[in-house]
Write a protein that binds this ligand. Structure first.
Ligand SMILES: [Zn+2]
Length: 230
């Protein structure tokens, strides 16, 4: 009886907390296929030492991008958040504490979304319009909560470095090889996988050059997705 109850509770939780974002068409993974545009996105910051280096590279190439920031990290690096906004990049939300929503009930999910939204709006000057769930994990409560707040869940179509480290050269060629119209590229400008931001800074110039020589225009997620509304 107890075992059966445990099984039912486990199944109910798995139903509530969906591991794979692929299970739902509610999530954005890419932009429209009819225009040669690609959005570079940076997760896990702001990082007071690495993010400014990424900003320098993006400024040198005049490449508008989207930064999915973690709320509590933003409160510790407010000048970096302001710098991202001042450079004209888009700020999205990556939750308050980078906790996987897989582990959060509805109340905690709302708290993760709302605290980040309030902080990022205050520091960045504009309410974020896009939300990227930490680790790509979602739950059933997330979708109505985001909809009520006019936030769209955004994932990616290309991820050159996930939990497994990839060298800078192979990251750049991975992205350029897989690039497609409407691609959303997931990058990390703060420590998660050890050494990730250093490899990103090395990879970014040739990634941008490679994408541009292949004919792609770099843009923010907002610009990429607004093309589909036209
Ligand atoms: Zn993350």
């Amino acid at each position: 009886m107890i075992a059966r109850f445990g099984l039912a509770a486990g199944a109910a939780w798995i139903g509530y907390a969906w591991v794979a974002h692929l299970v739902t068409p509610l999530c954005v993974h890419r932009g429209p296929r009819d225009s040669p545009r690609v959005a570079l996105t940076f997760d896990d910051g702001p990082d007071p030492s690495w993010t400014p280096r990424v900003l320098e590279i993006l400024a040198a190439y005049q490449a508008p991008s989207t930064f999915f920031l973690v709320g509590d990290r933003a409160t510790r690096a407010p000048a970096t958040v302001r710098a991202i906004a001042a450079h004209g990049h888009e700020i999205g939300s990556h939750g308050w504490s980078h906790t996987s929503l897989w582990r959060c009930g509805p109340w905690k999910t709302a708290e993760e979304i709302d605290r980040a939204q309030a902080t990022l709006t205050e520091l960045g000057g504009t309410p974020p319009r896009y939300f990227r769930p930490p680790w790509g994990m979602v739950n059933a409560a997330m979708f109505p909560l985001l909809r009520a707040r006019r936030l769209r869940p955004v994932f990616w179509s290309i991820q050159p470095e996930g939990l497994r480290a990839a060298q800078a050269v192979s990251q750049a060629s991975y992205v350029v090889r897989r690039a497609h119209p409407g691609a959303i590229v997931d990058l990390h400008d703060a420590e998660g996988t050890p050494g990730a931001p250093a490899r990103l800074v090395d990879a970014l110039p040739s990634m941008i050059e490679g994408l541009r020589s292949a004919g792609y225009e770099l843009t923010t997620v907002g610009e990429l997705l607004s093309a589909s509304a036209r």
